[in-house]
Ligand binder design. Structure first.
Ligand code: TTP
Length: 207
């Protein structure tokens, strides 16, 4: 009998997969959603993270409906946004853009928001928004140049990855660390458990 609840991750992010694995959850499938992530005019960072997480969820839901393979599975999506005040930082693809991000983050505090969206097997949608405050030390020219040369910033919200070399820039962090990487673990587990996905029950029975 296979009555184990299944979970599909609406993401192509290897970091989100690794974070779920850390919680003992192995998704049945990955359904990345290709959506337009451009902020709306005047959109606040927390609203953007929430909106994009929901859009990824709905796009993945539409995709899975093309086949009936993942019917009845939980579907989870997330989106991470980095902001200095109301200013939303890009996910840089070129060094110049990444350099702008580093100059903005140097010696200052910023906020990282992750929106998470869950669709239950019955089709109900539940969302959460998690905020972490991060302060970078003041970065020297050498540090910025060395980091730009690493290319670790490419495609990362705010132009850095805390789980890599940029971890050496962090002098203060208030809130969830995993939230900065891309999926807040405590809140995600609470959301799933609250919707009867048996997270803890799996810990004694690794996949
Ligand atoms: C701030 C920060 C961001 N990031 C990354 C995580 C995300 O990949 C990216 C934020 O972009 P997202 O759009 O949230 O995620 P994604 O495009 O990688 O994956 P998908 O949409 O398929 O779920 O920034 C880090 O890896 N470490 C960090 O410290």
């Amino acid at each position: 009998m296979n009555s184990r609840p299944r979970l599909v991750l609406a993401s192509g992010s290897p970091r989100r997969l690794a974070l779920l694995a850390q919680a003992g959850i192995e998704p049945e499938a990955l359904l990345p959603a290709d959506i337009d992530e451009t902020p709306e005019r005047g959109e606040l960072p927390r609203r953007l993270a929430q909106r994009l997480a929901q859009q990824k969820l709905l796009a993945a839901d539409a995709r899975r409906k093309l086949t009936s393979e993942y019917d009845g599975a939980y579907l989870l999506a997330a989106d991470t946004v980095v902001a200095v005040g109301r200013r939303i930082l890009p996910k840089p693809e070129i060094a110049e853009e990444a350099a702008d991000c580093l100059r903005l983050l140097s010696g200052r505090a910023h906020r990282v928001y992750t929106g998470i969206a869950l669709m239950t097997p019955k089709g109900a949608i539940r969302t959460r928004l998690v905020e972490t405050r991060v302060r970078f030390k003041r970065l020297s020219r050498e540090e910025m140049d060395a980091y730009l040369a690493s290319r670790e910033w490419q495609g990362k919200a705010g132009g850095y990855a805390i789980q890599g070399l940029a971890g050496t820039f962090v002098i203060k962090l208030v809130g969830s660390y995993s939230n900065v990487v891309g999926l807040p673990l405590a809140e995600t587990v609470a959301l799933l458990a609250g919707e009867r996905f048996p997270v803890l029950q799996r810990w004694g029975h690794p996949a």
